[in-house]
Design a binder for this molecule. Structure first.
Ligand code: ADP
Ligand code: MG
Length: 341
């Protein structure tokens, strides 16, 4: 199959939207920003063997390659409009392409995000780099990583079927470090492969939150990015006190995984739920007097906002247990993912 035919068959026809003046087929696309809006743009690369298992379902790969980008839009409080796709293929495998484009375009359709162009080339492994174009009201501030203040509450989104560490369980099951009952295995696999971007929540929380980002590397890893960004802006070393008691009580777990989590040693549980995982939830901070507004946004979006702790001026992360004891949080350095060692 020639490249032109491949693009026509699998990647065109998903560009009909009022903002799209010119979609797939010309040298570039043109997209009209809605009146009074400014452009927000993000890119995430998605590579076989690095970001997804070679055996993953093509539809799941397509879904996630776009979902992680929509999650970045959510983390800015932006509205996605359109996206481009740079695709690397070892071969023009029709079954793979059908699955991949099906998974990607179904998600795009749900979020009203048009595929307006891209590039398709041969590559040693499957690669999908998505760039999303979104918008924000010209005068409204985006939800930034900086802006947290000592005393702010720390919140994490979720739902009864979306808990912290769900996706991590799938990874550990594949590594053989934990045995999962069939139902939990399938649940954690779905959470790993098909994260649901919290776009609407991000838009509604934008003016309420003092800072925010999406969780891609684990709640506490990403919280540390937020603390670092906030410290520079505030001129103090921000830290946080994390409610380990709530985690151990199951507050952050999905219904499906509660029993399994309870069967694990506390250390391991804290580590897997808090310190590592493709959660793709939003983590944000808000002044304590914003609690009603936070809960109202959760209710409007059908999600749960769970309080993870508070921002402090201590410069470090502490865990707080229900008996009142506290201890410093030690990262397991071997677990910190880095592309280049
Ligand atoms: P060029 O030679 O200008 O790079 P291409 O043959 O790569 O043109 O692309 C032709 C058209 O198809 C362009 O409009 C491009 O944006 C679009 N396109 C190419 N690959 C993809 C893809 N994977 N998804 C969506 N559109 C694509
Ligand atoms: Mg090209």
């Amino acid at each position: 199959m020639v490249e032109f035919e491949l693009i026509r068959r699998y990647f065109s026809g998903a560009d009909a939207a009022p903002e799209v003046l010119l979609g797939v087929g010309d040298d570039a696309a043109t997209v009209q920003l809605p009146a009074g809006q400014r452009l927000v743009v993000c890119t995430d690369a998605f590579t076989e063997g690095v970001h997804f298992f070679p055996h993953a379902q093509p539809a799941a790969i397509g879904h996630k390659a776009l979902a992680v980008n929509l999650s970045d839009m959510a983390a800015m409080g932006a509205q996605p409009l359109a996206f481009t796709l740079a695709l690397g293929l070892p071969a023009a495998d029709e079954e793979w392409l059908r699955g991949f484009s099906g998974g990607m375009l179904a998600l795009a359709d749900r979020f009203g995000c048009a595929l307006v162009g891209g590039d398709t080339a041969r590559a040693p492994v499957y690669m999908a780099t998505v760039t999303v174009l979104g918008c924000l009201p010209a005068k409204a501030p985006a939800m930034l990583r900086s802006g947290a203040q000592a005393g702010d509450d720390i919140w994490v989104t979720g739902s009864s079927v979306a808990g912290l560490g769900d996706a991590r369980l799938y990874l550990e099951a594949r590594r053989g470090t934990v045995q999962l009952p069939d139902l939990v295995y399938r649940h954690s696999k779905a959470r790993m492969e098909r994260p649901e971007p919290r776009v609407r929540f991000g838009q509604l929380i934008r003016g309420v939150a003092s800072a925010g980002l999406d969780i891609s590397d684990g709640a506490l890893v990403d919280l540390q990015h937020l603390l670092a960004a906030g410290s520079g802006a505030a001129g103090v070393a921000l830290g946080a006190q994390i409610d380990a008691g709530a985690v151990l009580k199951g507050v952050f777990a999905s219904d499906c995984t509660q029993t399994l989590w309870r069967s694990l040693p506390e250390r391991q549980r804290l580590h897997w739920q808090l310190d590592a995982g493709d959660d793709y939830e939003l983590l944000f901070t808000a002044a304590p007097d914003k609690i009603k507004q936070v809960q109202a946004v959760a209710q409007k979006t059908g999600l749960i906002a769970r309080k993870l702790g508070v921002i402090t001026a201590s410069g470090s992360l502490w865990l707080r247990y229900d008996d009142g004891s506290v201890e410093p949080w030690e990262r397991q350095q071997s677990e910190v993912f880095s592309h280049f060692g």
